[in-house]
Design a protein. Structure first.
Length: 156
């Protein structure tokens, strides 16, 4: 495994910890309150993060492991987030799923040869996506939203 691929896996795991720390550092009662009208609360951001890691990155990576050149469907972020919020999932449940999915993906990708990281699928509007691209985005996306969770929970 190349050093770059190993770094993607390390970041995948560490970014889950960054999200965990962001949630755990939130003041009591602040996770479900938006910092300003019209902005996402920390809980909404956490819900989005869980939906994307499972239904976008996780699903697409798994399809690339087993299918040749799959075509990826669009992801209805707003619809998924709205439905998830309506179910009343707790921050602890969402966080556990995020952390577990990051770890599971890292374990799956650990077994790949360097050539397999280049396996690609196509999204109709976003273009070509490889395992490498998606694996990189897992860590980046989690870190971006961990910062938003922290800001929202602090009322910023």
């Amino acid at each position: 495994m190349t050093a770059e691929h190993r770094a993607f896996l390390d970041r995948m795991r560490s970014s889950a910890d960054v999200v965990r720390r962001a949630v755990e550092s939130a003041p009591p009662g602040r996770l479900d309150r938006p910092p300003r009208p019209g902005e996402w609360s920390a809980l909404e951001t956490l819900t989005h993060l869980r939906d994307v890691i499972v239904h976008v990155y996780g699903l697409r990576i798994r399809r690339l492991l087993y299918e040749d050149a799959p075509v990826f469907a669009d992801f209805d972020e707003e619809g998924y987030r709205r439905a998830s919020l309506a179910r009343g999932e707790t921050a602890a449940h969402l966080l556990a799923t995020i952390v577990a999915e990051h770890e599971q993906l890292a374990r799956l990708l650990l077994t790949l040869s360097d050539a397999e990281w280049a396996r690609e699928g196509r999204h109709p509007s976003l273009g070509t996506m490889s395992i490498e691209f998606l694996a990189r985005r897992v860590g980046e996306h989690a870190e971006e939203h961990a910062a938003q969770i922290t800001a929202a929970a602090q009322g910023r």
